[in-house]
Design a protein around this ligand. Structure first.
Ligand SMILES: [Zn+2]
Length: 247
């Protein structure tokens, strides 16, 4: 073998062995999908903006209470809707959109994605999109998987259908669906909050009563700290441009 070629090969082996970024790029984890822009857990920004997100609605008891609270504080949020429920409560969905909130796709059945193939997921996305379109005349842009489960096939299926996947900040899971107590929900959210966070709540579970009580404390507290509460679209627009993007 030519000496130069051998030296190059040796260098290549050293590069792949000692540069962990190469290895990380191969791993289909959060950071891999974030780099591609196929999924978001939080948004890099220096602006004091956060996005509140509400899963599993619409719910006839809790969604109107969340909407009222958001309106009282002139805030907007994003609601990841279960398509099956959209058909049951189209008026609540219409009201949610009319108040300037954003609507997102949370599948039609809320089945775990591990038990769905690509075709089934595509069908659920389409069914939910149709239900939302019928209720509001608007199309939704983002997808949140039930229970935050994601893998490469599901992220790619969502991407192929035009949906970025929206997860939530790792330290901003309020765990409100477990009814941990109002105080705990408030503390979890406020203790770790920082610019660009995506905060997870539920307005469509049996335990959402605690969510409402917690929001009564969280909304004024976030405003007091100078935060603006925005939709996912607005949060993504607030992202700082990285060096790579501006080149
Ligand atoms: Zn859910």
């Amino acid at each position: 073998m030519h000496r130069t070629l051998r030296a190059l090969l040796a260098a290549a082996i050293v590069m792949t062995t000692f540069f962990p970024t190469n290895e990380a790029a191969q791993k289909k984890d959060r950071f891999y999908f974030e780099r591609l822009g196929y999924a978001h857990w939080q948004v890099p920004t220096h602006r004091k903006v956060v996005a509140l997100t509400f899963d599993d609605g619409p719910d006839p008891t809790y969604t109107p209470q969340v909407l009222q609270l958001l309106a009282d504080y002139h805030d907007q949020a994003t609601f990841f809707l279960i398509g099956r429920k959209v058909g049951e409560y189209p008026e609540i969905v219409r009201q949610t959109a009319l108040l300037g909130n954003e609507l997102g796709n949370h599948t039609f059945s809320h089945r775990h994605l591990a038990h769905m193939n690509a075709q089934e997921l595509a069908g659920e996305l389409d069914q939910t999109q149709s239900a939302i379109l019928q209720a509001t005349g608007q199309r939704c842009k983002y997808f949140r998987p039930p229970r935050g489960y994601y893998d490469e096939p599901s992220v790619l299926t969502a991407h192929d259908h035009g949906y970025p996947v929206i997860m939530w900040s790792w330290d901003e899971d309020s765990r409100d669906w477990q009814a941990p107590g109002v105080h705990n929900i408030v503390n979890t959210v406020l203790k770790h909050v920082h610019p660009g966070d995506i905060i997870l709540f539920h307005d469509g579970t049996g335990n959402s009563r605690q969510t409402i009580a917690a929001l009564r404390e969280i909304l004024p507290a976030l405003h007091e700290r100078g935060y603006q509460l925005v939709t996912i679209s607005d949060l993504l627009r607030s992202a700082d441009h990285t060096d790579a993007e501006s080149k």
